[in-house]
Design a protein around this ligand. Structure first.
Ligand code: HEC
Ligand code: HEC
Ligand code: HEC
Ligand code: HEC
Length: 420
């Protein structure tokens, strides 16, 4: 209620209350979004990019304090399990610590349920906006918010889903945008719209509402290197998986200096975001999410040492390979209880007979013989009667994916671990 009507009132005052800045003083606008659960880069590739710790550092360093406006298009997570809830909470909190001005409420947040959305709204410091919800006395999510010279709104392709979850009514894109434009004109602010939807939708909205100055949309891949426009409206996307943010300068009534920023190692882990991230990892561990993964029945495993008792040369080669320290790699980074990571760094996490923990299944730690050769207890007990299937060369691809091992090449990689 109050928030919306107060919002309208405040907007009338805003023009008068704006800080006494020189008209030519620039503002920096930083745009992020579509984290899709990638709170941290997987660490498997070098140089790795992205993650909420680097993003927080970038937001701080990309613009001057007090004149940087940071907005986030939502798309926090890719699913709605318990780990996704924990991720969403960590994201909301880290965005608040980066003084985020507005977060567009999207379908992935809504799918986590009403209770969690309300908790995210609290954790973010009330930053969520959605013009897809019709203003009402019970609706606590504002349609838009103002910061610096901008009036920032958000809409979602899945307005009905969001409205259903929050037990509110939805409104059309056109209604939401008209209201944003009207309020912006009234208060002398620059209308900026975040869209939880693809470029085609953003472009269509920009064509229908030429008063919009900037529209942010969702995309896969990297952000374009050159800015895109429809008429006078700038279209912007940070790309996928929180690997980039986009920086713009607003000066003399115009957006300029379009810059997609890759969150590579030149950005450091921000200490506040790092604390939030560590707490997230600790919650994943404390809730034992790894133990709750679904598993399928398979044949039994012998363990790498047992295989090595007969195949000494193969064992020696394995022991010197990085496969033999794959779990240690995760332990050194507090990721050894993380369902997002462990599956590719041990033997058969997906099997009822597979890895459980270093303590319970010490023989199945790391990427062992049976990660590639398959379950081999029967073979180990009577090698002549039970031959192992000869499909080990096909195993690589399940872990060496384009995302985790972009330079993978079977011949070259096999040469590094060749054994008989
Ligand atoms: C889909 C399988 C897969 C998943 C999931 C995965 N990894 Fe990896 N990881 C790999 C592979 C394969 C490599 C080796 C890549 C290469 O060298 O080409 C690797 C390498 C690494 C390395 C580099 C080790 C070194 O010393 O060079 C780190 C660190 C790492 N992973 C951490 C993680 C973390 C943290 C997660 C979870 C957030 C994770 N991995 C999830 C497959 C995976
Ligand atoms: C008791 C000794 C022994 C153990 C333990 C053992 N193997 Fe073998 N393995 C053999 C022998 C002997 C052969 C040759 C079998 C043949 O020629 O018929 C063999 C053959 C193989 C082959 C060649 C393909 C095939 O099956 O003919 C692979 C691969 C292999 N073993 C992997 C493993 C793995 C993985 C483990 C652990 C799960 C393991 N072995 C455990 C003795 C052993
Ligand atoms: C169960 C998942 C898994 C499978 C299957 C797998 N790998 Fe790996 N591989 C990894 C992980 C994880 C690492 C990184 C380990 C670390 O450093 O902690 C890795 C690292 C490597 C490395 C070292 C890369 C480097 O730059 O240090 C080579 C080489 C390699 N794998 C080859 C292969 C080949 C060839 C296959 C298939 C025959 C294969 N791997 C199958 C998970 C796997
Ligand atoms: C990263 C995956 C991977 C791991 C780990 C691995 N192997 Fe292999 N291994 C292979 C592949 C792939 C081949 C077959 C290469 C080919 O066909 O050219 C192979 C071949 C073999 C062979 C020879 C089979 C033959 O027909 O000549 C034996 C024996 C063997 N491995 C045993 C082991 C043992 C024992 C371990 C653990 C100490 C182990 N391997 C670990 C992937 C792996």
């Amino acid at each position: 209620v109050k928030i919306f009507s107060l919002g309208c009132l405040a907007l009338g005052l805003v023009a008068a209350l704006l800080p006494a800045s020189e008209p030519g003083d620039p503002y920096v606008l930083v745009l992020s979004g579509d984290t899709d659960g990638y709170l941290s880069p997987c660490g498997c590739t070098k140089p790795m990019s992205g993650g909420i710790r680097r993003r927080a550092d970038a937001v701080k360093r990309l613009g001057p304090e007090g004149r940087t406006v940071f907005i986030e298009n939502g798309g926090f997570v890719a699913a709605s399990g318990r780990q996704d809830e924990l991720k969403a909470e960590a994201l909301a909190e880290s965005l608040r610590l980066s003084d985020v001005s507005a977060i567009n409420l999207g379908p992935t947040e809504a799918k986590l349920g009403r209770g969690l959305v309300l908790s995210l709204q609290r954790l973010s410091g009330g930053a969520f906006v959605s013009g897809s919800l019709r203003p009402s006395p019970t609706n606590e999510v504002q349609p838009f918010t103002h910061r610096g010279p901008f009036l920032i709104g958000g809409i979602s392709q899945d307005a009905d889903l969001i409205a259903g979850v929050l037990q509110e009514a939805s409104q059309s894109h056109d209604q939401a945008i008209q209201s944003l434009l009207d309020h912006a004109r009234l208060a002398g602010l620059v209308p900026v719209l975040m869209v939880q939807g693809p470029k085609s939708l953003a472009a269509d909205l920009a064509r229908r509402h030429p008063g919009l100055r900037l529209v942010q949309y969702r995309s896969s891949g990297d952000p374009p290197t050159e800015p895109e426009r429809v008429g006078n409206t700038l279209l912007v996307t940070p790309g996928e998986n929180a690997k980039h943010v986009v920086r713009l300068v607003y000066r003399n009534g115009n957006f300029e200096g379009y810059l997609p920023v890759r969150l590579g190692p030149e950005y450091h882990d921000d200490p506040h975001a790092s604390r939030v991230y560590t707490r997230y990892q600790d919650r994943v561990r404390a809730e034992k999410l790894l133990d709750r993964l679904p598993r399928v029945q398979t044949a039994a495993f012998a363990g790498t040492e047992k295989c090595g008792s007969c195949h000494e040369d193969a064992y020696k080669t394995w022991k010197e390979s990085s496969h033999a320290k794959a779990l240690l790699t995760l332990e050194e980074d507090n990721h050894d209880a993380d369902p997002d990571c462990v599956g590719c760094h041990v033997v058969a996490l997906e099997s009822t007979e597979g890895f459980k923990s270093r303590l319970l299944t010490p023989h199945l730690t790391d990427v062992g013989c049976e990660s590639c050769h398959g379950p081999g207890l029967a073979h180990a007990l009577s090698p002549k009667e039970h031959a192992l299937p000869a499909n080990a060369p096909k195993s690589c691809a399940s872990c060496h994916t384009p995302a985790t091992s972009p330079n993978f090449d079977y011949e070259r990689y096999w040469q590094q671990i060749v054994h008989k």
